[in-house]
Design a protein around this ligand. Structure first.
Ligand code: PLP
Length: 373
């Protein structure tokens, strides 16, 4: 059987090679390498894509999360509610600005924030909620927004895995007070290095984020407050601009591949991902749950099928966040961590490849007592 990798970056970039090189030449010929016309055009194009008024390009998704919090004046003494089942950067951004992360459990089956767990986590110090649209599935944003409105909290979407996904017809990015995206190469929309962006409808928030991104500068060498250097390089902005026009088609291909998987895995003792009514999944990852995950994974590896685990240890059980004292407190998060398995997923994956993965998975699965195969 032909090998099937977890992600195939070459397949994505090969058809764009000429366009990428033309974009690099454009930047080289112009001689402006930081915060020039490419970053500005990317901001306009990405804001238009999301349906927001403003976008502020930065040098990673992690920086985008930090900048959104900083621009909202969230810092020491404040609490921010998010999930433990995420890439650690979501939680790190909260601690990086000096605020305290408060981690809640996820919904069974969708792997995103359980909105029913938010209110019990709110205290007088709570300032914001960061729902993470994990694996490409939007969180339950209507319930999150209602709770936020009731308690006077801000909502920051962590959309680093969900570029282009829709919630009741509206795209991620336009579902909260601000949203953060990553352009890490393997994301649904990437660059050829590190990058990210904050989008918002709030002009004042965007203005503050712009200043904090570049040393608190209001005009050349005029600094009204201390800031950071979170700027995006022109070459990297240009590479995102080459890819953005392909995002919708790539997401359609991912959804098609997910439908092939759903069909091929039906009837197997595997839990496949679900997308509730009104929430459009863009399958950054196609994650299933299986018994005996480590053994199944080893068999798939022997058969040339690349897999991943996103993520093997929840943030609250990492040594970095053990001080939160939440061990044992997030039952859904803790119960799925040893069961989840990410199968190969990329826009160019073929139906034959999906079927080969499904066949390898079927052969690798533990035989259930009484089952006939
Ligand atoms: C990738 C990712 C980030 C961080 O983005 P970087 O560009 O790698 O800094 C944050 N949150 C989630 C959910 C991510 O997947």
């Amino acid at each position: 059987m032909a090998d099937v990798p977890l992600v195939d970056m070459q397949a994505r970039l090969r058809p764009l090679r000429a366009d990428l090189i033309a974009a690099y030449e454009r930047v080289l010929d112009r001689g402006v390498f930081v915060m020039g016309p490419e970053a500005e055009a990317l901001e306009a194009e990405f804001a238009a894509y999301c349906g927001t008024a403003h976008a502020v390009a930065v040098n990673s998704g992690t920086a985008a999360l930090q900048l959104a919090l900083l621009a909202m004046d969230i810092g020491p003494g404040d609490e921010v509610i998010t999930v433990s089942h995420t890439f650690i950067a979501t939680v790190e951004a909260i601690s990086a600005v000096g605020a305290t992360p408060v981690l809640v459990d996820i919904e069974r089956g969708t792997y995103v924030m359980d909105a029913g767990k938010i209110e019990a986590a709110i205290t007088p110090r709570t300032r914001a909620i960061i729902p993470v649209h994990l694996y490409g599935l939007p969180s339950d944003m209507e319930r999150v927004a209602t709770i936020a409105r009731t308690h006077g909290l801000r909502v920051i979407e962590d959309a680093c895995q969900a570029h282009g996904a829709r919630y009741r017809g509206r795209r991620t990015g336009a579902l909260g007070d601000a949203a953060c995206f990553s352009f890490y190469p393997a994301k649904n929309l990437g660059t050829v290095g590190e990058g990210g962006i904050v989008v918002t409808d709030d002009a004042a928030l965007a203005g503050r984020a712009r200043r904090l991104r570049s040393h608190g500068e209001v005009r050349r060498y005029v600094h009204d407050e201390p800031g950071w250097n979170l700027r995006l390089s022109e070459i990297l902005a240009a590479a995102v601009r080459v890819q953005l026009p392909h995002l919708d088609a790539w997401n359609r291909q991912r959804r098609q591949a997910a439908a092939w998987y759903d069909e091929a895995l039906a009837g197997l003792p595997v839990q496949v991902p679900s997308a509730p009514e009104g929430r459009e999944h863009v399958y950054h990852l196609y994650v299933v749950e299986v018994d005996e995950r480590e053994r199944v994974r080893a068999v798939l590896d022997e058969r040339g099928v690349g897999t991943g685990i996103h993520y093997p240890v929840p943030v609250h059980q990492q040594r970095a966040y053990g001080r939160l004292g939440l061990d044992g407190a997030l039952p859904v998060t803790e119960s799925i961590a040893p069961r989840i398995l990410s199968l190969p997923m990329f826009p160019e994956i073929t139906r034959d490849q999906v079927q080969a993965v499904a066949a390898a998975l079927e052969a690798a699965l533990p035989v259930r007592a009484g089952a006939v195969r």
